[in-house]
Design a protein around this ligand. Structure first.
Ligand SMILES: Nc1ccn([C@@H]2O[C@H](COP(=O)(O)OP(=O)(O)OP(=O)(O)O)[C@@H](O)[C@H]2O)c(=O)n1
Ligand SMILES: C[C@](O)(CO)[C@H](O)COP(=O)(O)O
Length: 226
């Protein structure tokens, strides 16, 4: 058993979703996306604590949705970028353990994947990812510049897991340097540290655009997500 804390960034604006509210408040089978996500961790005995980065004006809503869960939840104030929200969460994590970082917008992570990624992160970074399924084109001004060989291309997911002291130090170094990455592994790579890739699951989608809600409802019809 590898006990861990999870930092869940949940302070985004959901612009691509086009909703009138934070997309994590939208529901799948009547339950808010963020509740599905947080419950996946609260059901895991390895998860000691949940750190949720939220916008201050939304914290009350999150607290009312999540008060029933047993796992302790700490709320921090998120930032303008995902990276800043994650960094805020890392400041309150015990530096002596393992930390998982998981998008609030990914409600379909499975416990076996949480355990695999936590075990892989005892000495280095580890992420879930899935191989690219389509042909990938590099495009400039609407013209194809090249077809990118896809044998080595993977789509990064979350959770991403790290020794907590290391990822916090790298995030603080990136903040000082002005380096911004779209995921936490890219900061570890930037710092010259190793990141292992574990094969994830195509169900572990990020609720980003409206059609993802349709995919999410379909995924939830499978009983093993209830
Ligand atoms: N400043 C931000 C931006 C994003 N996130 C969180 O990071 C996760 C992944 O980000 P994304 O899917 O891009 O969410 P949004 O930034 O809200 O989406 P968009 O880019 O469409 O606005 C989400 O759970 C989101 O709430 C965050 O905590 N703080
Ligand atoms: C972290 C991530 O989910 C890995 O694919 C992705 O980079 C988040 O990107 P977003 O634009 O902040 O959703």
């Amino acid at each position: 058993m590898v006990r861990y804390t999870v930092v869940i960034p949940a302070a985004g604006k959901g612009k691509r979703m086009g909703a009138d509210e934070n997309k994590l408040m939208l529901t799948l089978q009547g339950k808010p996306i963020i509740v599905w996500t947080v419950e996946a961790f609260s059901k895991d005995a390895w998860c000691e604590r949940i750190v949720l980065a939220v916008r201050p004006e939304e914290q009350g809503w999150f607290e009312r949705q999540l008060y029933h869960l047993e796992t302790p939840i700490t709320y921090v104030t998120g930032g303008e970028e995902r990276q800043q929200s994650v960094r805020a969460g890392l400041q309150v994590v015990d530096p002596n353990g393992i930390v998982l970082i998981h998008d609030g917008a990914r409600p379909f992570v499975r416990i076996d994947q949480l355990h695999a990624i936590a075990e892989a992160a005892e000495t280095e970074g580890a992420i879930l990812a899935v191989p690219v399924k389509d042909t990938v084109k590099q495009v400039t001004a609407g013209q194809i510049k090249q077809t990118v060989p896809r044998e080595a291309l993977w789509l990064a997911q979350t959770p991403q897991a790290f020794p907590a002291a290391d990822i916090r130090a790298v995030h603080n170094q990136a903040e000082r340097s002005g380096f911004i990455g779209t995921d936490d592994a890219s900061l570890f790579e930037w710092a010259g540290k190793k990141v292992t890739v574990l094969t994830g699951d195509y169900h572990n989608i990020k609720m980003t655009t409206p059609e993802d809600l349709l995919f999410g409802e379909a995924i939830l019809t499978k009983e093993d997500y209830q």
